[in-house]
Design a protein around this ligand. Structure first.
Ligand code: PAF
Length: 286
């Protein structure tokens, strides 16, 4: 496995795969590799002859009071995990390499970025789309892999790729969970043992909402209220949002009629956790 730090070198490295017409699969990450990232690498390995992972903690997607400085950077363990997943190359540029020219350009997807996490993390998605656009231009993958756990991010990136006519397929892989249901996240490492137990209420509230929809409940206001009660009763927390939206355009739904995305963001202690579940009301008993 090659570890590559400069844009020039990764371009040179990939020009060989491109000449050989090899399918290039790309998994962008901020490192702190966990089983969720590994599932994306495995999907890429199954589909593509050349698999590239990027590890870059992108400063422009963190707000001024967020955890950029504190974000875990276990680069040795990350490289070992990538090697175990038979990744061909890991691109790990510095901030100077990615933002050398004091960029004046921001890639912004409107509409889809305004609600859910976008409503609570101003500028976050502009940072994500701008860095992912740069990474796509550097790697020029045929397929890029993202996790369903970051459902809004995946929807926004899909839209960016569609609007900017990128000849690239986006694959969204299912959320990977701990055996007790907690969604894998690099930020889980911030939780104390007590907060870690409390955090189980996120997935529990989503599962209960899914069961309620499957039992025929359709009123999203009532479903959200039950979820809120469930989460608040688990312990002190701050709920950024609980929402039931159309999975394609992320607009709020009043009634669940077909497919919906139930999404939430909750702060437990100083850790902000997100999770979501896709539910199809038509395939349920209700
Ligand atoms: O999901 C992430 O880890 C990041 O938002 C991404 C897509 C790597 C962009 O920095």
């Amino acid at each position: 496995m090659r570890k590559i730090e400069s844009i020039k070198s990764i371009r040179e490295y990939l020009s060989v795969a491109r000449k050989a017409d090899s399918l290039i699969g790309f998994v962008p990450t901020m490192g702190a590799i966990h089983a969720g990232h590994r599932s994306l690498m495995r999907a890429a390995r199954a589909d593509c002859a050349e698999v590239v992972v990027s590890i870059f903690v992108n400063p422009t997607q963190f707000g001024p009071s967020e955890d950029f400085a504190q974000y875990p950077r276990p680069i040795k363990a990350d490289l070992a995990a990538c090697a175990e997943e038979k990744v061909d190359a890991v691109f790990c540029p510095s901030v100077e390499e990615m933002y050398a020219c004091g960029s004046a350009t921001t890639v912004q997807v409107s509409g889809l970025t305004e609600g859910l996490c976008g409503g609570h993390r101003p500028g976050h998605f502009d940072g994500v789309t701008t860095v992912v656009a740069k990474l796509f231009n550097i790697v020029q993958p045929d397929i890029a892999y993202f996790g369903q756990k970051d459902a809004q991010q995946a929807t926004v990136i899909r839209r960016m790729v569609h609007d900017l006519l990128w000849p690239l397929k986006i694959v969204v892989c299912p959320t990977v969970r701990e055996p007790d249901g907690l969604a894998m996240s690099s930020r889980n490492a911030y939780l104390t043992p007590h907060e870690r137990r409390q955090a189980l209420c996120l997935h529990q509230s989503l599962s209960e909402a899914q069961a309620a929809i499957e039992a025929g409940h359709r009123d999203t206001g009532k479903l959200i209220e039950h979820m809120r009660e469930r989460i608040v009763s688990a312990g002190p927390c701050a709920i950024d949002y609980i929402a039931i939206v159309d999975p394609d355009d992320l607009t709020d739904l009043r009634m669940v009629e077909k497919r919906c995305l139930i999404a939430l963001a909750v702060r437990i202690g100083s850790t902000r956790l997100i999770d979501n579940i896709l539910v199809d009301a038509n395939s349920s008993a209700g």
